[in-house]
Write a protein of this length. Structure first.
Length: 204
């Protein structure tokens, strides 16, 4: 069985719109994350030194190009004012049917529940439209905020998945959070957006 893929997706929640990251977002993205240690200290990525570093990573839309590993990069848009506020990605490269999440929200937008809702929306997309069997995310030890939003989204801590990584010259412990399809189904498919715009892919 081949994993489904998508050409396009937009998910509208109460506070958040998830849409493909586009060229118009690159400058704003750079301004939000460049030099922001309060954000990048908690990411595997150390952040961009130049704006040119962002475009090749994010601008892989349209979705569903199997040669790119079906990695989906969304802008987190605050519906209160339509502003690009962060990014969330769901990546299946090299692990079909098992997607890993990566996300961040700009400092001025934190504390508004944007990350929590974005995680719930993208989790629904992964299970409902991408046939994921398992979704997971890793966060650094001490990142209590990220642990809380994952737990609110239905993810459970799995100590067996804990590991360590090098971050800016030091060893950092990571926590592994996972959400299985069977658990999501038992919970009656939570996270459905108010509005869904999905364009399935065709044959590769």
């Amino acid at each position: 069985m081949e994993q489904p893929w998508l050409k396009h997706a937009e998910l509208v929640g109460d506070a958040v719109l998830l849409r493909p990251v586009g060229a118009a977002d690159v400058s704003t993205c750079f301004d939000l994350v460049h030099g922001q240690r309060e954000i990048t200290d908690w990411l595997i990525w150390d952040g961009p030194e130049a704006i040119e570093e962002i475009a090749p990573w994010y601008l892989t839309w349209p979705l569903g190009d199997p040669t790119r590993g079906c990695d989906y990069h969304f802008a987190i848009v605050d519906r209160s004012d339509g502003a690009f506020s962060g990014s969330i990605s769901l990546r299946f490269h090299d692990h079909t049917f098992q997607g890993d999440l990566g996300y961040w929200v700009g400092l001025e937008r934190q504390g508004r529940g944007l990350a929590s809702e974005a995680i719930q929306l993208i989790t629904w997309l992964g299970f409902e439209h991408l046939a994921a069997e398992l979704l997971y995310a890793e966060c650094f030890e001490g990142n209590a905020g990220s642990q809380r939003v994952l737990e609110r989204g239905g993810y459970e801590l799995d100590p067996a998945g804990e590991t360590s990584v090098q971050k800016r010259g030091r060893v950092v412990r990571t926590h592994f959070y996972a959400y299985s399809r069977s658990t999501w189904l038992r919970a009656e498919r939570p996270g459905k957006p108010g509005v869904v715009r999905v364009v399935p892919g065709g044959a590769p």
